[in-house]
Design a protein around this ligand. Structure first.
Ligand code: BES
Ligand code: ZN
Ligand code: ZN
Length: 496
């Protein structure tokens, strides 16, 4: 589907559907200049239909009407924006997504949509609309034979010619944010059968091949053994697929102010290993590489959005399987920084591979490290399925990430790195163990990771809940991979 920005008045636009946003609870449609105009053209018909259909312009409400030849488009779709004073960019993202989904249920080939709402500036509003539309339009089509879409074009109308440039800028950036997000969704939705560690390596190489500003280094098992990456190697022992540590580097065109490392968990399938997961818990475990996919998603668009920082994208990728060669509960292994770990539960594998990746990242001497991982079920228990848990040793970093998340429309909440819980991961026969007690599992996992970053400012994002939706979340995040994390990271990198 092609999306264009166009300066035009909505009355003369010819299209199959004309979309208008309407705020809630005003007597008629008079509160919006354009809906008033349309209502007049239809001689009050709209007011009448709205009354009959109990359409009040509440958020997520829609109303279809015919144009009756009063204006050039065939049909009219009103989409509610809720109360004017409560309207945010997220309301606009949702409304755009709802309108798109409604249009897609018809045979309409073309649509025009006036910029929704009047919060924030034109650039931000256009950005939000493009995200809502494109993310709602996504479907994972790899294995579906039947693919039918009618809608070919959607024009976003700006009524004031002076707004065209701002709208185009908003669209350009949004298209990159969307590209990164959908890239992640495709990777995460791909089942373990077609998504072994090698595939993630290939994606990294492909990104680097297509871009001069991106370099990639891949460490295979032989190299990992020499480096002493016992965390990655012990998890991959049980799998027939070899594991890797991947290091991508983005160098900005102008001299960079800062160096940021992004680190991802890339478990292409998490069976739990010998501490095997129950069948119900294993069904979605193709999603366990979402952290690594987020890093790749950022790198897929980083050159186009051109943040003025040097960015290192590092991920460890393995498959966690049980076998005669698999690591046993009780085994002791050594991480790259020589710390020893008692592996009491082979299902707490993410922290083992991240430990090596974090030591490697720390050695790049970054100003900050941000790791992303579908790390603990406990984080999902604590914050539910839609919110990422943020843990950090540097308040300024977690605050910057929370701010970026809020403006990206991704929900994140800070959890504490409680020093007093460190004793819960104290090892009996090794330095530390890979599980804490019965409670606070997200926090003990965070404390485990902290052992491998020294004093480097670091933030850990536990995306176990939001990375993969087990049911529809909202109008643009449907069941399946969400790509959660990418837009926050991009916003954060642009904010430095
Ligand atoms: N990949 C899982 C965490 C997870 C759970 C991700 C739900 C997405 C949705 C992780 O490797 C894991 O199994 N963690 C264990 C840790 C426990 C054994 C200490 C968990 O959370 O149960
Ligand atoms: Zn696990
Ligand atoms: Zn896992």
């Amino acid at each position: 589907m092609e999306i264009r920005i166009k300066k035009s008045d909505l009355v003369s636009e010819t299209s199959d559907v004309l979309v208008l946003g309407v705020y809630q609870d005003k007597q008629s449609f008079e509160h919006s200049a354009s809906s008033k105009k349309i209502d007049e053209l239809l001689e009050g018909l709209l007011t009448q239909i709205a009354k009959e259909e109990s359409f009040h312009g509440k958020a997520n409400q829609i109303l279809w009407a015919r144009s009756n030849d009063a204006f050039a488009s065939k049909r009219l779709l009103l989409v509610g924006l809720g109360k004017k004073e409560e309207c945010t960019l997220e309301t606009i993202r949702q409304a755009a997504a709802i309108a798109l989904s409604a249009i897609k249920q018809t045979t309409a080939k073309s649509a025009v949509c006036l910029l929704l709402g009047d919060v924030s500036d034109v650039r931000e509003r256009t950005h939000a609309m493009i995200e809502g539309i494109r993310l709602a339009d996504y479907g994972f089509g790899r294995y579906k034979k039947e693919k039918k879409t009618h809608l070919k074009s959607l024009d976003l109308l700006v009524e004031d010619g002076r707004d065209v440039i701002a709208a185009k800028k908003g669209m350009e950036l949004a298209e990159q944010f969307v590209k990164g997000t959908l890239f992640v969704r495709d990777l995460v939705n791909t089942p373990g059968l077609h998504m072994a560690p090698q595939h993630l390596v290939d994606e990294a190489k492909l990104i680097a091949k297509n871009n001069k500003q991106i370099k990639v280094k891949v460490f295979d098992e032989e190299k990992l053994a020499k480096m002493g990456a016992g965390g990655i190697l012990c998890v991959s022992q049980g799998s027939d697929h070899p594991s890797f540590l991947v290091h991508m580097t983005y160098t900005p065109a102008t001299k960079s102010k800062k160096r940021i490392a992004l680190v991802g968990k890339g478990v292409t399938f998490d069976s739990g290993g010998l501490s095997l997961k129950p069948a119900d818990y294993m069904m979605t475990m193709k999603c366990d590489m979402a952290g690594a996919a987020d890093v790749l998603g950022v790198f897929a668009v980083i050159a186009a959005i051109a943040p003025k920082v040097e960015v290192h994208g590092i991920f460890a990728t393995v498959e966690n399987m049980p076998s005669g060669n698999a690591i046993r509960p009780g085994d002791v292994i050594e991480i790259m920084n020589k710390k020893t770990v008692e592996v009491l539960n082979t299902d707490a594998e993410g922290r083992l591979i991240l430990a090596d990746a974090l030591v490697y990242a720390t050695r790049q001497k970054p100003d900050a490290i941000i790791d992303l991982a579908t790390l603990t079920g406990a984080c999902v228990v604590a914050l539910g399925e839609e919110i990422t848990g943020v843990m950090s040793n540097t308040p300024a970093l977690s605050n910057a990430l929370l701010t970026a998340a809020a403006s990206a429309g991704e929900k994140m909440w800070e959890l504490p790195l409680e020093k007093n819980y460190r004793k819960l991961i104290q090892g009996d026969i090794a330095d530390i163990k890979n599980i804490g007690g019965r409670y606070g599992g997200a926090l003990t996992a965070g404390l485990f990771l902290q052992e491998f970053v020294d004093k480097t400012p670091w933030a850990h994002l536990d995306i176990a809940g939001p990375a993969f939706a087990e049911r529809d979340i909202n109008a643009y995040e449907k069941k399946g991979a969400t790509g959660h994390g990418v837009r926050t990271l991009l916003k954060y990198l642009l904010s430095i």
